[in-house]
Design a protein around this ligand. Structure first.
Ligand code: ZN
Length: 96
């Protein structure tokens, strides 16, 4: 079953554990709170799509082909979620 952004967002409201989204450049997970409130200046992002974080600074690390493919598909999904970071975190949890 495909998880639509709307469905993911409605699930997120019933779920108060820490929600992470990952940097699509290096795969590092970050809590949404950290991205939005602690160090927003460290991230280059377009809504839920993070293309650089304080760990990689936008420089793609050497990853296995599988890991890179995974990050590419995560990036594709992230752009569908727009500014819905919670919905995207929920989606990632199911996806990983
Ligand atoms: Zn990164």
């Amino acid at each position: 079953m495909r998880l639509t952004p709307a469905r993911a967002a409605s699930r997120a409201t019933f779920n108060d554990k820490t929600m992470d989204i990952i940097c699509t450049c290096c795969g590092e997970p970050w809590s949404i709170h950290h991205i939005l409130h602690d160090a927003p200046e460290e991230f280059i992002r377009d809504g839920a799509l993070i293309t650089a974080c304080e760990c990689c600074k936008g420089v793609r690390p050497k990853l296995s082909e599988d890991a890179r493919e995974y990050l590419d598909s995560v990036a594709e999904a992230a752009s569908m979620f727009g500014d819905d970071l919670d919905g995207f975190a929920c989606f990632l949890e199911d996806f990983s």
